[in-house]
Design a protein around this ligand. Sequence first.
Ligand SMILES: C[C@H](O)[C@H](O)[C@@H](O)C(=O)CO
Ligand SMILES: [Mn+2]
Length: 416
Amino acid sequence: MTITLKTYHLAQEQFAQFGVDTELAISMMEKIPVSIHCWQGDDVAGFEKPDTRLTGGIQATGNYPGKARNATELRADLDQALSLIPGPKRVNLHALYLESNLPVERNQIKPEHFKNWVQWAKKHQLGLDFNPSFFSHPLSEQATLSHSNDTIRQFWIDHGKACRNISAYFGQELGTPSMMNIWIPDGMKDLPVDRLAPRQRLIQSLDNMLSETLDPRYHIDAVESKLFGIGAEAYTVGSNEFYLGYAVSRNTALCLDAGHFHPTEVISDKISAVLPFVDKLLLHVSRPVRWDSDHVVLLDDETQAIASEIVRHQLFDRVHIGLDFFDASINRIAAWVIGTRNMKRALLRALLEPITQLRQLEQDGDFTGRLAWLEEQKSLPWQAVWNMYCERHNVPTDIHWLDEVRQYEKQVLALR
Ligand SMILES: C[C@H](O)[C@H](O)[C@@H](O)C(=O)CO
Ligand SMILES: [Mn+2]
């Protein structure tokens, strides 16, 4: 018997004493995919034009060698990362990640520019998600969907429409709806005099962009708010209240990015606050650190709280878990693996929670007992269950995944 199996059996017994079925928890993990963002692999550069400058108030700092320079390299790097992450996964693409021999304007992009991605996703049994790219473009310097210039605004509306077709194509080809997230960087560095007009224009643009009804079996629209960006410190057109109102009134999904709120606000608390009003949520699980909203996801309190909310309320069909971080200062494949394994660890820990006891204590008003149990359960041997889960998926159970990343770095990344 392997050590993993021995320790798993002991853990299974221990959890059973608290009424927790570890086999059920493991089987539930199969129902909760995590959508991995492609842009960690190349510092949000994309393949539209070489040497595109990243704009839109986001930054990937660091210059770790070996970043993917084209879609073939990015898919190879993703293959490496995916092989080290257990369980169901999706991949999230930005429009910038198109493939074309000739330059294509953003309002002209078509499903054919993503056919290699679809072929690859089919081969790996992955769902794909999508994002229009409203940044890193000469016409996005001032604003996009909220621009006061009709021609520029129309260009971005047409980009959004083109992206919806691509997203629906993903859904049709792969048999699972593509969640298409709309994030725009529009905002102002310093105090605007008119905060209303850009928001009115954004509503009109979004309404126009989303006017065609698409089959929800293939495509879902989501809108993502932000508090501020670099160079847009004083005003963000697409703020939290704006998009909450938009999502509720237009019946779109709402995207909550963990890095897009005031420092003491947490999206784990927002999930139950908004779900009575919107049907679906998209999460961008990330980690804010001072000005940056996109550090690699840790197994920290907030990641755990997000996972616990999803599991405690059985929100598997209503909450779509995506990741959004980009760190160019460490091995990019390791960043994917660390962040995604942490998200999955948090989900497994949530599934192993002795929820019946906790609910009872809360109902009884025994908040002392509730806190005691919440803390004691942290020491239950969830890690033995994680190892079993990894072993069943044929991925390394522990830090040995790093050996594989280092080997790939020597054999592949170092030659770039
Ligand atoms: C690439 C961006 O991070 C992403 O599209 C958006 O979701 C965001 O969070 C911008 O801050
Ligand atoms: Mn985001």
